[in-house]
Ligand binder design. Structure first.
Ligand code: ADP
Ligand code: ZN
Ligand code: ZN
Length: 748
């Protein structure tokens, strides 16, 4: 009788260990390799785990070993390269390997046993199969006739109209974005033979109409040459240049070179809002099949795109954070656009940073990685200072827009109109008169951040959080932005019954309303999470902003990213002071990045832009530096401040967060961790805490944290790896939720 075959499996569970299983006789002759999925019994559940390796012997006696149920994949889904990366990341971020592997794979593979490439359906008007010329002639006619027959089926008419506008048809994702509950309508239209259905691959072919690159300036050429010279070795390059300085042109030129060598390129971008314009530009310029990956796609589509990159069919991959784990057989270059962006850091579960993993991945493959930004993060600047990264500056504005004038507007003792000074309103008027567009930023959605009783001082406190509930006037609701609680807004004070309940302070909704009354002839558009919740509304609003239909845009930071409004001439930042005095140690950095980023967007070729920053602290040294000497000078000073305060990137930080409904339990758990740490020597590692989180109570849970700091990663990481598995064994851990965050993005 042959000896049992034993495999080591990473099971997606919160435990810091792997599990041994037996291969049953049914698959005894099958070859297995690392990265294949297996279904395994786990406690009373059946889970999908990942084979790590086959080994001769288990520490468990043979009769204790359970057999796997099935091997799901004929070959490995996780390339050797990605396995290395995830193993590295699981160690670095001190996260259980099984869960890390599961996070790294497309969600589709968590429940679908069949890992062959899925087909993506799309729908079209029938004429669209014919030549383009005949469509134009017949379309209007047919459209009107058909729509007339759909009078009593408005959803079908809506879908039909959408498809008529889309020359290449629309797939599931596109319909999801544009229309609610479209499936029954599509079925009905198919039955009536008004539309047709096709299966199409997700790979986007290059556009046939190519655009020519502009003649590049010497700074661009220098950067391209320097990076291309080191194509076959690992180096981290930073491309530092304000918006419009031609960074994307540098990316395109490098991609062209790398593609010509028969290698693939991965381009990470922060948000989905960035992808449409960027994708278009890549397709117009490069002759390579491309896929995109972002959260707006269905699981199926994401998997199809992942598969195309992993099989080598797609040569370019543009994607958000999790794309860093997409296998590519022939990687030649990784680009991280807007490297300073916080969205690269996953904020729950497996808390990796995709920018940092891009560097690790490039190193493993001995290829270059390029970090681009108008406002490099302090981490990156620190690495440049320490000569770990090479920096290339683009100091001219390639698009020849003059740089905008930035001015501080001192609010002290001025009368304010919903938080705005009258001189600000005057500037808005002037810009509108000259056909300019105006953008106002305020990092606060809703109508007002709280309601307060004028008679007794009652305020709209959230019952589950140490925070106020925001008043949303349009829905006449109070909503807590921290726990999601919501209820109808009270007409009368909930304490004394008085009817003088005041809305205190202004958020986007109130500012929109005020400006619409103040400038009745101009269209005011609000872009925040509330106003763009409905399907297709973000797109619609961005289109209105683009076409110039909306003269004034009011929005949160959501609006700061990647959008290019051609007519934008005035940018106003309304709430600066909050950031200057925030408990979040990155708040000042974010503010400086926001100001610099939006400044790059203001102005037209023939007309310089203007940026107005409202503040009660115009003398603030960081603001002064930013305005008079620019982002680099600001960043130097901010970096010094971090050094003095012992914060990242000067020191390395990990955060052990803990929460519980029981006020004592979270503190008690963390105190035990401190006690446990005292049982071993840990030189050069400082523990601070347990400290209450900046918002101590949130969603009914009490939150505490322990900060672990060291000057040396070499010391901090082994300590964390020693600590984490023991936390799971602690009795006091049962009453709490805890998580370990290495290189946390914030301390909340
Ligand atoms: P960034 O990515 O830094 O914001 P882009 O690469 O998008 O900058 O360039 C901004 C605009 O300037 C684009 O329209 C681009 O085609 C144009 N551009 C870039 N480089 C040059 C150049 N050397 N000469 C003329 N136009 C350029
Ligand atoms: Zn009252
Ligand atoms: Zn709440």
């Amino acid at each position: 009788m042959p000896k049992d075959r034993i495999i080591k499996v990473a099971v997606p569970c919160p435990l810091y260990r792997t599990f041994d299983y037996r291969l049953p006789e049914t698959v005894f002759n099958q070859a297995v390799e690392a990265g294949m999925r297996v279904r395994v019994p786990f406690g009373r559940q059946k889970l999908i785990g990942f084979i790590l390796e086959e080994h001769r012997q288990s520490e468990l006696p043979e009769d204790k070993l359970r057999a796997i149920t099935t091997v799901l994949d004929p070959q490995s889904l996780i390339s050797h390269e990605i396995m290395e990366l995830v193993r590295w990341a699981a160690r670095y971020y001190v996260h259980p390997l099984g869960d890390a592997l599961q996070t790294a794979l497309p969600v589709y593979l968590r429940s679908n046993e069949d890992a062959s490439a899925p087909q993506i359906r799309s729908w079209h008007l029938p004429e669209q199969a014919a030549t383009a010329a005949s469509i134009e002639e017949t379309r209007d006619d047919t459209l009107e006739k058909t729509l007339a027959t759909l009078k009593r089926a408005p959803r079908q008419a809506e879908v039909y109209r959408l498809l008529a506008k889309a020359p290449h048809g629309l797939n599931e994702q596109a319909l999801n974005e544009r229309c609610d509950n479209w499936r029954p309508a599509v079925r009905a239209l198919l039955q009536k033979k008004l539309i047709t259905q096709q299966y199409r691959p997700v790979v986007l072919e290059p556009l046939t109409e190519k655009s020519q690159p502009p003649p590049l300036n010497p700074e661009q050429t220098d950067a391209i040459e320097a990076i291309a010279r080191q194509q076959d070795e690992h180096a981290v390059h930073v491309l530092s240049g304000i918006t419009g300085s031609g960074k994307t042109e540098v990316y395109l030129a490098l991609c062209e070179k790398v593609l010509a060598q028969g290698r693939q390129v991965l381009i990470l971008v922060p948000e989905i809002g960035l992808t449409p314009q960027l994708t278009q530009r890549f397709r117009q310029r490069l002759d390579a099949p491309l896929v995109v990956l972002h959260s707006g796609m269905s699981d199926r589509e994401r998997y199809a795109a992942w598969h195309a990159a992993a099989s080598g069919q797609a040569r370019l991959l543009i994607g958000t954070r999790s794309s860093i784990f997409t296998p590519m057989p022939e990687p030649g270059l990784i680009i991280v656009d807007e490297e300073h962006d916080g969205s690269y850091k996953q904020q729950d579960g497996f808390r990796y940073n995709a920018r940092d993993l891009a560097i690790v991945r490039a190193r493993n493959n001995q290829i270059p990685v390029l970090l681009g930004s108008a406002t490099p993060s302090l981490e990156t600047l620190n690495n440049i200072n320490e000569q770990r990264y090479q920096v290339h500056h683009l100091r001219q504005r390639a698009n020849k827009k003059p740089l905008p004038k930035i001015r501080l507007l001192n609010l002290c003792s001025l009368q304010l109109y919903e938080g705005m000074a009258s001189s600000l309103l005057d500037r808005i008027r002037i810009h509108l008169k000259q056909q300019g567009q105006v953008l106002l930023f305020i990092n606060r959605r809703g109508f007002s951040p709280l309601l307060m009783c004028h008679d007794c001082g009652w305020s709209s406190q959230c019952q589950r959080c140490d925070a106020h509930m925001t008043y949303h006037k349009r829905h006449n609701e109070l909503r807590c932005h921290h726990c999601g609680a919501q209820r109808p807004a009270p007409q009368n004070c909930e304490n004394c019954g008085s009817d003088s309940v005041l809305a205190i302070g202004a958020g986007t909704e109130r500012i929109e309303q005020f400006l619409q009354q103040y400038f009745p002839d101009t269209r005011v558009s609000r872009i925040d999470r509330d106003s763009t919740r409905a399907k297709g509304s973000l797109q619609e609003k961005l289109e209105q902003a683009h076409s110039g239909e909306s003269g004034i845009l009011v929005g949160t930071q959501m609006l700061a990213k990647g959008h290019d409004f051609p007519n934008l001439t005035l940018v106003c930042i309304l709430d600066t002071d909050q950031a200057l005095f925030s408990a979040d140690f990155r708040a000042a950095e974010h503010l400086a990045q926001l100001i610099t980023q939006v400044s790059g967007r203001a102005g037209r070729a023939e007309k310089p832009g203007e940026v107005l920053i409202q503040t009660h602290h115009p003398e603030h040294p960081l603001l002064q530096l930013l305005l008079h000497e620019g982002y680099e000078a600001f960043a130097r000073a901010a970096l010094e401040e971090r050094k003095t305060a012992g914060l990242p990137p000067a020191r390395h930080l990990a955060l052990l967060r803990c929460e519980s409904v029981d006020t004592q339990a979270a503190q008690a758990f963390l105190q035990q961790v401190v006690d446990l740490a005292e049982t071993i020597e840990h030189p050069d590692i400082d523990l601070f805490g347990p400290l209450p989180a900046p918002m101590e109570r949130r969603a009914g849970r009490y939150r505490y944290q322990l900060m672990l700091q060291s000057d040396q990663r070499k010391k901090l990481h082994p300590f964390l790896s020693w600590l984490a598995p023991q936390l799971q064994q602690m009795k006091s851990a049962r009453k709490v939720r805890w998580s370990l965050d290495v290189d946390p993005y914030d301390t909340f």
